[in-house]
Design a binder for this molecule. Structure first.
Ligand code: PLP
Length: 397
């Protein structure tokens, strides 16, 4: 028998759960792309995206995903041969660095490993050693390791070095889940995408940029499709998309932002914080009965509120994922970047997403079916995890 029938829950860190309201907003005939409702609603989408990012500056919306947003940011920041300092705390900094290198940017990588946040002292030292660095690239939340970095501390390192480099931040996983203060933290470029905290299908890449970034001389790498200039300073509606607008994604995103506005920005962040603590409480209890079980990031201050990376010891990570999908309708995230897929150790890791349209019963349900999987598979684990998780919900609700 399987107990999986019913609405399944895709608990992977993107694409995230799409609210019925977002799906319904897209279920309609195409709107006019020259005037009327769509044109008006995109103006409010832009305002709300800036509001959610704590940004008063510029925004470019691309028909792309997070990889495209990396490339857009790179092409607008760098000319061929310019230098980037890339701060890596898992998988995603590696990807952004590779995207820069491939278009002719010189890349210096500072790697902080798979469990630790960025050390601002090392950033300051690297900047002091090289005044030519054009931009520092960092990941706010690395979705593979679930390390959450302190953006303000990196800004502090740039300032302490007296360096003029731009600060560019990948907030694909964290946007709409963890607080972000573009202006307040002194960020120059920030990227995100539609399919994580924004609860909308993949297909929109977002790039916020400061006046300092905008006023820099035009780079020799940027092409018309990626040029952020006309996407923020446009005379005609189509220019902000370099062609036909992604009509239905914009309608969906409009509805998602309305839902975020209704709940309130701080309330959305608090909900993610509470659900993250709920997951951590269960892991703390499980790990007491099995030292192979544990959270990837030791210090809660540096843990993402959108996703939790954990270990169970090989092959239990993969076995738990297979069990919960087959028997309980819950699809957990693979362990990304912790070991090569050909390495047996790969099967020890998994990730639990708690990003976007997620509430207490979904998170408690995920934890309960994970415990059922451990019982079914005879994986030793400590007692009291579900009671501890329920207590967090009771305390925080
Ligand atoms: C998901 C993600 C990306 C990549 O986004 P795609 O839409 O898959 O290209 C980049 N950075 C981070 C931190 C992410 O979580």
């Amino acid at each position: 028998m399987s107990l999986a029938n019913g609405r399944h829950y895709l608990a992977i860190p993107g694409p995230s759960v799409m609210p019925d309201r977002v799906l319904a907003a897209m279920h309609r005939a195409a709107p006019n792309i020259y005037e009327g409702e769509l044109v008006e609603s995109v103006a409010t989408v832009r305002q709300d995206l800036k509001w959610l990012a704590g940004s008063s500056s510029n925004l470019a919306i691309y028909i792309t995903n997070g990889h495209g947003a990396w490339e857009a940011a790179n092409m607008n920041m760098f000319s061929r041969g310019d230098k980037a300092l890339v701060l890596v705390t898992g998988r995603f900094g590696v990807g952004w660095a590779a995207a820069a290198r491939q278009i002719g940017v010189e890349v210096e990588v500072l790697d902080f490993g798979l469990k630790s946040p960025i050390d601002p002292a090392r950033v300051e030292e690297a900047l002091r050693a090289d005044p030519s660095i054009r931009a520092v690239l960092m990941t706010h939340v690395d979705t593979a390791t679930s390390v959450r970095n302190d953006v303000r501390a990196v800004r502090g390192a740039i300032d302490a070095a007296g360096h003029d480099a731009l600060l560019a931040v990948d907030a694909v996983a964290s946007f709409g889940c963890d607080p972000f203060e573009f202006d307040g933290w002194g960020v120059d470029v920030m990227i995100s995408a539609s399919q994580k905290g924004l609860m909308t299908p993949p297909g929109l890449g977002l790039v916020w940029f400061s006046d300092k970034a905008k006023e820099a001389p035009r780079t020799d790498l940027v092409t018309p499709m990626w040029d952020w200039g006309p996407r923020t300073d446009f005379s005609f509606f189509y220019e902000q998309f370099a062609g036909t607008a992604p009509t239905h994604l914009l309608l969906g995103l409009r509805e998602a932002l309305t839902m975020i506005r209704e709940e309130g920005r701080e309330a959305v962040f608090d909900r993610h914080d509470a659900l993250a603590h709920t997951v951590w409480a269960a892991f703390d209890a499980w790990s007491l009965g099995n030292p192979n079980i544990g959270l990837n990031v030791a210090d809660p201050a540096f843990r993402a509120r959108a996703v939790t990376a954990a270990r169970f010891g090989a092959p239990h990570g993969t076995a738990i994922r297979a069990w919960t999908e087959k028997n309980a309708g819950v699809i957990l995230g693979i362990g990304l970047g912790m070991a090569e897929p050909t390495d047996p150790a790969y099967h020890g890791f998994l990730r639990v997403a708690h990003m976007g349209h997620v509430n207490a019963h979904m998170t408690l349900g995920v934890l309960a079916v994970m415990e059922a999987a451990m019982k079914a598979l005879d994986i030793p684990h400590g007692d009291g995890a579900l009671a501890a998780a329920a207590q967090v919900v009771a305390d925080r609700a």
